[in-house]
Design a binder for this molecule. Sequence first.
Ligand code: B1M
Length: 233
Amino acid sequence: MAEDDEIILSELPDDELVLQMYDDLYDGLKEEIEEGVNILLARGWTPYEILTKALVAGMTIVGHDFRDGILFVPEVLLAANAMKGGMFILKPLLAETGAPRVGKMVIGTVKGDIHDIGKNLVGMMMEGAGFEVVDLGINNPVEKYIEALEREGADILGMSALLTTTMPYMKVVIDTMIEKGMRDDYIVLVGGAPLNEEFGRAIGADAYCRDAAVAVETAKTFIARKHNQGAVA
Ligand code: B1M
C-alpha cells in the first residue's frame, strides 16, 4: 500500500473493520473508534454485539500487552478514552428498551481503585434491562456506598474491583453492612477481572458476576426472587 493511502473505514468489510478497530483502540484513536461504531450500527449490528465483539475484545488485547509490559499507563489511558467514546454512542441505544423499571442498583468501584470501564458497562447494560442505576464512580469508601443505598432506597449494591489489592475492600463494605444490620436488605453483586465465584462466596456477596450480561441476568433472578418472597410474606 502506498504511504499516503488512507484506510477508509466505511470501505472495509465487517471482519476487517473490527480488526482495524482493535488497532485503533490500541492506538487510542477515539474518533476512529466512534466512526467504526457508527458504521457497524448502520450495518445492522446490535449495540451489544459492537460492545462485546469490537470494543471489549479490543480492550482485552490492550490488557494483555499492558500486563506484558509492552504498553504503559499513558497508552492504556488513551485506549480507555477511545473505548469510552464508543461506549458513549452505545449507551442510549442499550438503554432504549422502554422496559418498565424493575429495580434500582447503586454501583461503584471500590476504594483505591480507579478502573471504571467495566463498571460503566455493567451500568449501561443494567439500564438497558430496565434497572435504575445510581453510579457512584470510582474510589468509593464504605461510607459512600452505605449512604447511597439508604438515600436511594436501592434494591441492589454492585461493586467493582480490578486490582487484587482492592478486591478485599468489598468485604469491608459487606462486613460494615452486617454490623449495621442492613446486609439482608440488599442484594450484593460483585464483579471485576481478578474476582471469581469462590471469592464472591467468601466475602459474603450474593453473587459474583463474570461480565455485564451475567450481572443483568443475576440481578433479574434475585429481584424476581425478592418479589416472590414479598408476595408470599
Ligand atoms: Co489497570 N490494571 N492499572 N489501568 N488495567 C489491570 C486491571 C491489570 C490486570 C493489567 C495487567 O497487569 N494485566 C493490572 C492489575 C493486576 C492485579 O491487580 N493483579 C492493572 C494495574 C496493575 C494497574 C495499575 C496499578 C498500573 C500502575 O499504575 N502501575 C494502575 C492502578 C490504578 C488504580 O486503580 N489505583 C492501573 C491503571 C489503569 C489505567 C488508569 C491506565 C486504566 C483504567 C482506565 C479506566 O478504567 N478509566 C487501566 C486499564 C484500562 C486496565 C486494563 C488494561 C483494562 C481494564 C478494562 O477496562 N477492561 C486491565 C487489564 C485487564 O483487565 N485485562 C488493567 C475492560 C472491561 C470491559 O472489563 O473491567 O474486567 P472489566 O469488566 C468486566 C467484568 O470484569 C465485569 O463486567 C465487565 C464487563 O463485562 N465487571 C463487573 C466489572 N465490574 C463489575 C461489577 C459488577 C458486575 C460485573 O457489579 C455487579
